[in-house]
Design a protein around this ligand. Structure first.
Ligand SMILES: NC(=O)c1ccc[n+]([C@@H]2O[C@H](COP(=O)([O-])OP(=O)(O)OC[C@H]3O[C@@H](n4cnc5c(N)ncnc54)[C@H](OP(=O)(O)O)[C@@H]3O)[C@@H](O)[C@H]2O)c1
Length: 302
């Protein structure tokens, strides 16, 4: 008796958090998973954790490195006998928190290299086989922050806004080839994300935003108190892959969409005032340039 081969799903950034959880979830659900990432040791651990009877292969893939992407394509061709993947999950990404006028050009570019250009480079690499077969699915992991901007998260939020728009365009452009493009928009999720995002904030402590930066740390802790596990996003990604006619967007957890609905009917002025207040961005809370020490003031005026 012949059996239908399992659908093959490639996941980027599967060495931690949502990507790792999704790799295990989809392997348990019967998919052939190709879990990719930058750290070989973490990929080895993931393979070791894979339940017996499931199929999970791994491949090195740094989404910002063209040579690494080319090597991953060759490895996928080998693993799938040239068929390619049925679904691509563009999950690799990171956050960078800081006041926009203080974030360096190099850091801003690093954000875009991974969260925007990395997604596009990987998509361009794996879509051709889908197009040849006339079927496929691209699932892009955006964020609720791809529709809402928070103070000090502008660098990260803007990459996800870009991803939302790119995904909309890809959805139009690829549908005629049998390829669906789906966005998954997580809210606050317990992973390494918050720690990575907050890591550089102390360097802004001595700027005019000092008090607001301290406040941002408290706010981040408060927000993470409402966070859910990465399994919630893994289930949304699974839905985005298995539905015959997927929605264009899935918010995870689903009740995050209530926030979008509330914001849509609240005047921007009201939202702005509330956010500035919560984030300590009133004129009183901000340090005046003349209150900075000599070195800080010189740095601030550059
Ligand atoms: N957690 C949240 O609250 C949240 C909310 C909304 C959206 N998201 C989105 O969810 C996705 C996954 O984040 P997460 O929460 O799971 O964070 P995480 O635990 O920090 O995991 C991020 C993953 O991305 C990988 N990665 C980063 N840069 C990469 C690169 N250049 N090439 C390949 N892999 C790379 C990391 O690899 P290393 O292990 O090598 O660092 C890691 O595997 C991101 O796109 C993020 O923006 C997260």
């Amino acid at each position: 008796m012949s059996t239908t081969p399992a659908k093959t799903v490639l996941i980027t950034g599967a060495t931690a958090g949502i990507g790792r959880e999704t790799a295990l979830h989809l392997a348990r659900a019967g998919y052939h998973v190709i879990a990719t990432g930058r750290r070989a040791s973490e990929l080895d651990k993931l393979r070791a954790e894979t339940p017996p009877g499931t199929r999970l292969d791994t491949a090195l893939l740094d989404v910002t490195d063209p040579a690494s992407i080319a090597a991953a394509v060759a490895e996928v061709d080998r693993l799938t006998s040239g068929r390619g993947v049925d679904a691509l999950v563009n999950n690799a990404g990171f956050g960078l928190i800081g006041p926009l006028t203080e974030i360096s050009d190099a850091d801003l570019r690093r954000q875009y290299d991974t969260n925007v250009f990395g997604v596009m480079a990987v998509t361009r690499a794996f879509v051709p086989r889908m197009r040849e077969r006339g079927a496929g699915r691209v699932v892009n992991i955006s964020s609720m922050g791809g529709k809402i901007t928070f103070p000090f998260m502008g660098a990260y939020n803007s990459t996800k806004y870009a991803l939302e728009s790119l995904s909309d365009a890809l959805r139009y452009e690829l549908r005629a080839f049998g390829i669906d493009v789906v966005l998954v928009e997580p809210g606050a999720i317990h992973t390494n994300f918050a720690e990575t995002s907050m890591a550089p904030v102390n360097q802004y402590q001595d700027t005019v935003y000092g008090a607001a930066i301290s406040r941002a740390k408290q706010l981040e802790r408060r927000m993470m108190a409402t966070a859910v596990g990465p399994n919630v996003v893994a289930r949304a990604i699974h839905k985005a892959i298995k539905r015959r006619r997927p929605a264009a967007r899935y918010v995870a957890p689903w009740y995050g969409s209530l926030v979008f609905a509330l914001l849509a009917i609240t005047p921007t002025r009201v939202v702005d005032a509330l956010i500035r207040r919560i984030a300590f961005l009133s004129p009183k809370a901000l340090r005046k340039p003349e209150q900075l020490t000599g070195t800080q003031a010189r740095a601030a005026s550059v």
